[in-house]
Write a protein that binds this ligand. Structure first.
Ligand SMILES: [Zn+2]
Length: 523
């Protein structure tokens, strides 16, 4: 077993400090890949060294099995309170299933209970188990201390101890870097919310479409063709439809769901691990407890309001593996627009969630129009190198230097483009462009020079100002060239633009030929 990493040592110190300051129920908040069970094992060791009994409590069998394996690796002997496992109450450490424990009473009570996936723990079943165990101090573990139903974890816990973000783990080389693309976004307006998430039947209708799936298949081929992938789908039938479309495109694929047999699930996992399958399409499964490090692509086809689901789904692709350079996320579910990039540090609270999510609650993101890449705001797309154009608005209110997105422009605004490329054309130095019309994704601007309108340009907010600027550059070059009547004027332009000698003469010759041809026709 490897030694503790600095962030894990710090986490253990912070947990100790919390109890010393009178906390009885702190949450250790660490993302997938931070080694939270490993950190917990150290806490367990020191608790039993002080003569305490410790329970490790969770509700999913996969998590309990995984915990048992990790405790074994850390050489911590343990018993089980779990259906189908032999009981050994003499052990200091017990791996405990919530479902099993809520039906029992206990004479030997633990001194500490560690609760994994503790964002689920405000459920009454957990409260029953804690009461039966004599309500000892607890320690919650989770990557996302928030609940879909909006209930605050403060009902049960009294402090959140932050550790590190996924971005920290990526830069420390402990998790795979992410390349995030959102090539399409489903139309979700009008879909009802039930129990905090999108109502499933309506969601199915909105996303189970051959066009959306086809787009996902195409992007998978283009961005990660043949690399091991997991697709997250809405329902069993959706997963089947997605699998069928991947199969039709020549990929080796299966669909798995809560209804698949244990053997089918195992085969899907093994197939992916051994390189015998390209894409596993799954529904309501494979979020926690799936450990296939060579998964290189996560395909999101299930829109969700659950930040936990979103981060856990992507977490399946972040383990390191030989030959793996990064994990590609293909988001066809609009998740990143709902929750922000997966790797960012987030602020958590023990309070209940406000009813309505505010716009500013969603972290800022930028989407590249060239590659559909999604990333934290930056002047250049880190995925393809595309340079964004920003528009400086000098509207009626004359806010100097305020940079706004294209979408915020309105009729009557005077805008100008700031070119980060330096030496473009005259219009970069504050040449006024008056906005004459704004459509959903198009802005018409009227460009004036010395008070006179010279041209109207349509700028797509989708294909960005860059291409509009490019078109303008060509137009203006032609205009400048046409205005140069003499050879010496043309030569001046050639020098300024760095053209080869001879260009000006060729232009003059071409004009001469054109004139001759025209007069020939007239004759
Ligand atoms: Zn890009």
């Amino acid at each position: 077993m490897s030694a503790l990493r600095p962030h894990q040592i710090k986490a253990i110190q912070d947990v100790r400090a919390a109890y010393a300051e009178g906390c009885r129920a702190p949450i250790l908040c660490a993302p997938t890949g931070a080694g939270k069970t490993f950190t917990a094992a150290e806490i367990i060791k020191s608790a039993i060294a002080k003569g305490n009994r410790v329970w490790f409590l969770a509700h999913l069998r996969e998590i309990l099995d995984d915990t048992s394996a990790r405790l074994r690796a850390a050489e911590i002997p343990h018993g089980f309170i779990m259906a189908g496992k032999p009981t050994n109450m003499y052990r200091d450490v017990q791996v405990v299933s919530v479902q099993t424990a809520m039906r029992r009473s206990f004479s030997v009570k633990p001194g500490l209970i560690i609760i994994d996936e503790c964002h689920l723990a405000v459920a009454n079943t957990y409260k029953q188990v804690l009461a039966a165990a004599g309500n000892p101090p607890i320690l919650g573990l989770t990557g996302t201390p928030c609940r879909l139903d909006g209930r605050g974890l403060g009902e049960m816990f009294d402090r959140i101890i932050p550790t590190c973000s996924t971005a920290d783990l990526i830069s420390d080389g402990m998790l795979s870097p992410i390349k995030y693309f959102a090539p399409s976004k489903p139309e979700l307006s009008g879909i009802r919310t039930r129990a905090g998430d999108y109502a499933l039947e309506q969601l199915q209708e909105a996303v189970d479409k051959a066009s959306i799936t086809g787009d996902a298949v195409q992007h998978y081929r283009k961005m990660c063709g043949g690399r091991p992938a997991v697709a997250f789908c809405v329902s069993i039938s959706h997963a089947e439809h997605v699998a069928a479309q991947f199969a039709a495109a020549g990929y080796r694929t299966v669909s798995v769901s809560g209804k698949s047999t244990k053997e089918e699930r195992k085969q899907a996992l093994e197939g992916l691990r051994a390189g015998k399958l390209d894409v596993v399409c799954n529904a309501q499964l494979w979020v926690a407890g799936v450990d296939v490090p060579n998964i290189e692509c996560i395909i999101l086809l299930r829109p969700t309001k659950s930040l936990t689901f979103y981060l856990q789904a992507i977490g399946r692709g972040l383990r390191l593996a030989p030959g793996k350079t990064h994990c590609t996320v293909l988001d066809h579910a609009g998740c990143v627009f709902e929750h922000g990039p997966p790797q960012i540090a987030r602020e958590w609270t023990l309070d209940a969630k406000k009813k309505r999510k505010k716009k500013e609650d969603v972290p800022a993101i930028k989407q590249c129009p060239m590659c559909f890449g999604v990333h934290e705001p930056a002047p250049v797309c880190p995925l393809c190198g595309h340079v964004y154009q920003t528009v400086e608005r000098r509207g009626p209110e004359q806010v100097d230097g305020e940079l706004v997105e294209m979408g915020a422009i309105k009729v009557g605004d005077v805008v100008r483009f700031n070119s980060p490329m330096g030496s473009m054309q005259p219009w970069e130095d504050g040449f006024p462009w008056t906005v004459t019309a704004v459509h959903a994704d198009l802005v018409h601007v009227n460009i004036k020079r010395e008070g006179k309108p010279v041209m109207t340009v349509k700028i797509s907010t989708v294909d960005t100002a860059a291409s509009a600027l490019e078109r303008l550059k060509v137009k203006d070059k032609k205009r400048e060239q046409a205005a140069a009547k003499s050879l010496s004027e043309l030569e001046a332009i050639a020098r300024q633009r760095g053209y080869k000698p001879g260009w000006a003469k060729r232009v003059m010759a071409a004009r001469e030929a054109k004139r001759a041809a025209a007069s020939g026709i007239l004759r």
